[in-house]
Design a protein around this ligand. Structure first.
Ligand code: NAP
Length: 257
């Protein structure tokens, strides 16, 4: 099939770009990695434990003739993130685009929530973006270009029953995004959030079916989102969003406005 003029133009935009996607072995992160690789980007996908799934994503991306590598490392561990950063820099020499996507849930009603559940979610979902962004930013400043997209959540905007930890972390990401956007705009670096609604990945598949039905009943578009639909919003920010910074794009089927 012939490539349209638009596709060619888009391809060129990411052709020389290196992307690091945290949590790229499954779900939304894997789709973001594929979406950006399909536009010509070189991609490093980070994962924590699922080497097989990471290799599946690598093989698929290789089939687009894009450069790709999988890098193991726990985003909750600053030392591990330093190693991930160094590995990507050694392999590709730069990171132009950082997608802070890795995240977990440890749900419990607040009265029952343990300090461990609180800390795991805050450390993995929010402290991680402090550590990794701090590593990646100096090179972006030096090259006067950078795109950072943080994957927050509808739960950070609207709250979620049994999710005080997750909601606090995801709301924190939105505040982080707005403040950092102000600080780095002068270096041609944009910082934005994408806030998915309920998106069908392992994270949502783990929710009991009865609860899934109740959630769907509250979504105006009447279904869960797909990881691809979230990835397309990320692609828009990275490819066409040069004048967009400090924003949150909601991809939630109309569930929160
Ligand atoms: P998922 O299917 O559970 O996949 C999670 C990904 O994160 C995997 O690649 C996993 O790696 C990685 N990961 C988990 N903990 C990690 C750690 N400590 N260090 C490095 N990587 C780690 O999740 P998802 O549904 O795609 O969610 C992706 C992001 O979107 C998360 O931040 C989530 O909060 C957010 N989000 C999701 C939804 C939704 O409905 N799905 C809605 C709103 C926001 P392994 O494969 O190695 O475990």
């Amino acid at each position: 099939m012939a490539i349209s003029v638009n596709e060619l133009a888009t391809h060129k935009i990411l052709q020389d770009r290196v992307v690091l996607v945290t949590g790229g072995s499954r779900g939304i992160g894997a789709e973001i990695a594929k979406e950006l690789a399909a536009q010509g980007a070189t991609v490093a996908i980070n994962y924590v434990s699922n080497a097989d799934r990471a290799q599946e994503v690598v093989r698929e991306i290789e089939s687009y003739n894009a450069k790709v590598t999988a890098v193991q490392g726990d985003v909750a561990n600053p030392e591990a993130m330093k190693k991930v950063y160094e590995e990507v820099m050694e392999t590709y020499g730069k990171i132009d685009i950082l997608i802070n996507n890795a995240g977990i849930t440890r749900d419990a009603k607040f009265v029952n929530m343990t300090e461990e559940q609180w800390n795991q979610v805050i450390t993995t979902n929010m402290n991680s973006i402090f550590h990794l962004t701090k590593l990646v930013l100096p090179n972006m400043i030096e090259q006067n270009y950078g795109r950072i997209v943080n994957i927050s959540s509808i739960i950070g905007q609207a709250g979620g029953f049994g999710q005080t930890n997750y909601s606090a972390a995801k709301a924190g990401m939105i505040g982080f995004t707005k403040s950092l956007a102000l600080e780095v705009a002068r270096y041609n670096i944009t910082v934005n959030c994408v806030c998915p609604g309920y998106t069908f990945t392992d994270m949502v598949a783990a929710v009991p079916e009865k609860v899934q039905e109740k959630i769907i009943a509250k979504i105006p578009l009447g279904r869960f989102g797909t990881p691809k639909e979230v990835a397309k919003a990320v692609r828009f920010l990275v490819v066409d969003g040069d004048y967009i910074t400090g924003q949150s794009i909601n991809v939630n089927g109309g569930m929160y406005m």
